[in-house]
Design a protein around this ligand. Structure first.
Ligand code: ADP
Ligand code: MG
Ligand code: MG
Length: 205
């Protein structure tokens, strides 16, 4: 029921948190080579009060708690954007079954908020380059199982993140270094790809 913890969402958030915490230095290094070098610190701070299995919250409340942790603890552009993403996912899950159709709507809404707040378009070398293909893949797979839909989202987000290595940044601090960023994957896009990979794993791909 709606008031009970959701094992998939709990495993999703726990898996994402572990993946990012294991890679704080890697994320910082990517942002240092093509930005201002604070992205790992931002993500670590954003996850400080991340919910976990002991939180025993239902699906929407898990994402709401994750959003709060980012908004209260993380600075930087990405702290606000990830906070907004997780807030929109919480809204999208509230009162609905956790299935591919629900996730497709919620992720589409999250993408729209990121674009509205940050003004980035696909190809600008931001998290949008992973989030937009993930939203499209979820939309196309909305009639499938959650595991299949999240697997498709994870695959396209990973490709989208990889493709940022050839892009010149037009948004965020990375835009100040121009072509120096060309061989480096955008760390925000990489974190989004890890987010969907954690979701696919949690859903049992
Ligand atoms: P800042 O660039 O302000 O130092 P962070 O280091 O916290 O921000 O986050 C950088 C990441 O945030 C980038 O890798 C990129 O994916 C994402 N990002 C930055 N600016 C934007 C934006 N305007 N729209 C979407 N994503 C953005
Ligand atoms: Mg930065
Ligand atoms: Mg910064």
């Amino acid at each position: 029921g709606e008031g009970e913890p959701d094992p998939v969402i709990t495993a999703w958030i726990t898996g994402f948190t572990e993946r990012v915490r294991d890679a704080v230095d890697e994320l910082t290094e990517l942002d240092r080579r093509a930005g201002d070098g604070d992205f790992g610190v931002t993500m670590e701070a954003g996850l400080r009060d991340a919910p976990d299995a002991s939180s025993a919250l239902p699906a929407a409340a898990m994402f709401a708690a994750l959003s709060r942790s980012f908004l209260e603890n993380a600075g930087g552009t990405s702290g606000a954007l990830f906070g907004a993403v997780f807030h929109r996912l919480a809204d999208g899950l509230a009162g609905r079954d956790v299935d591919a159709d629900t996730m497709a709507d919620a992720v589409r809404g999250a993408l729209e908020i990121v674009v509205r707040l940050g003004g980035a378009a696909p190809g600008d070398r931001t998290m949008v380059d992973a989030l937009a293909p993930a939203a499209d893949a979820l939309h196309d797979a909305r009639a499938e199982t959650l595991a299949a839909a999240l697997t498709a989202a994870a695959d396209t987000a990973a490709r989208g993140a990889q493709d940022t290595a050839g892009m010149t940044a037009r948004r965020g601090r990375a835009s100040y270094v121009g072509d120096a960023a060309r061989d480096v994957v955008d760390p925000g896009a990489l974190a989004v790809a890890w987010f969907f990979a954690a979701g696919a794993d949690a859903a049992g791909r």
